[in-house]
Design a protein around this ligand. Sequence first.
Ligand SMILES: Nc1ncnc2c1ncn2[C@@H]1O[C@H](COP(=O)(O)OP(=O)(O)OP(=O)(O)O)[C@@H](O)[C@H]1O
Length: 234
Amino acid sequence: MLELRNAEACYGKAQALHQVALAVRPGQVTALVGRNGAGKSTTLKTLMGQMRLAGGSRWLDGQDVSTLAPEQLSRRGVALVPEDRQIFAGLSAEENLQLATVSHGAGPWTLERVYTLFPRLRERRSAQGTSLSGGEQQMLAIARALMTHPRYLLLDEPTEGLAPVIVEQIVAAIAEIRTAGMGIVLVEQNLHVPRQLADHYVLLDSGRITWRGGRDDVGDALEDMLSGLSGHVA
Ligand SMILES: Nc1ncnc2c1ncn2[C@@H]1O[C@H](COP(=O)(O)OP(=O)(O)OP(=O)(O)O)[C@@H](O)[C@H]1O
């Protein structure tokens, strides 16, 4: 289990997270929802060790890993797919994937396995990062994270701005990864994608968790809370 216990995080003097408690379990998808600026990305960065904890703690499989750097957490099986994807533009799709192999070695995820998950990437394996579409870049970003052999995968708005047909492919891939036992945190601004995947929901507002519930608890109330907060929920 990957956990934050009463996590606090700050940008300079501005506190972005207040007492955030979150547990990510193997084989389950936790959806982190909330409006722009609510603290969703900051929560993922705090799970990944990219944000220093100003208070509280981070735990991985029962061990306090509050002071570990992102590289150390990556080696222990945590991977973040950032909102901007960070594809190496001058490298081919396959070279982007091979870089992860260089840094993390062989393991359960191989080129063959990620190409089976995302057949489009096999077709585009020689294409430069710059020539990939937004959807292909997102698939590549997820595939590259998988090549680090994570047990916990943190996805920051993986379907933002993508065509519905691509969104469905990414949703299907996330569902398959979950079945393989991955613990997943899915950040989204709306409920469309989480409704197809999430076991648990956490609503963030101004850096605080203001609501949490299971798949069966999600109804109009959460929809209303989200639309009341953001005004542009799908
Ligand atoms: N690099 C930064 N420096 C200063 N403040 C930041 C920085 N990144 C985020 N913040 C602030 O921290 C708060 C939480 O931002 P965060 O990006 O975590 O929200 P979010 O829910 O992911 O929103 P979005 O959907 O826009 O990505 C916001 O008030 C934001 O302005």
